[in-house]
Design a binder for this molecule. Structure first.
Ligand SMILES: [Zn+2]
Ligand SMILES: [Zn+2]
Length: 140
């Protein structure tokens, strides 16, 4: 491995909700793709887990006329963003954060990034395999 900055993945990624009322573009380096099986993700996602990746807010933009509705899961700290029309869960944002978490499912290329870990394993359902922690595995 080299420190060559061309290794940094800053490809433009687009995505949005099912009805396409919400659309976004992210150009920054994706940070920490992971699944989460916390109870918030189970309830909001309507499934046993959600999957997330963060992008810096500096390279992130909603398309014109595209604005999520917000629901605070931690009042004054963290909110979830969803489409006011179709209800798709698209993002999560900390009030003082400099990055935005996007659901992998909302990306147009949903299989582009592979989760490297799973959060809140203790809350995970027993009938689904968990995502292995691959963050520290040797490369090559
Ligand atoms: Zn929608
Ligand atoms: Zn969660």
């Amino acid at each position: 491995m080299t420190a060559d900055t061309t290794d940094v993945d800053t490809a433009a990624r687009t995505g949005g909700c099912l009805c396409r009322q919400l659309r976004f573009r992210a150009t920054g380096e994706p940070d920490y793709p992971h699944t989460c099986s916390c109870r918030h993700c189970q309830h909001l996602g309507g499934g046993p887990m959600m999957s997330w990746v963060s992008f810096p807010l500096t390279g992130f933009s909603w398309w014109a006329g595209s604005e999520p509705s917000w629901y605070y899961t931690f009042e004054g700290e963290t909110k979830r963003g969803f489409c006011p029309n179709c209800g798709t869960q698209v993002c999560a944002l900390d009030d003082d954060g400099d990055s935005i978490a996007i659901t992998l499912s909302a990306l147009d290329s949903a299989d582009d990034l592979t989760p490297v870990n799973q959060s809140f394993r203790d809350d995970a359902v027993s009938w689904l395999p968990q995502v292995p922690d691959t963050r520290h595995s040797a490369v090559g």
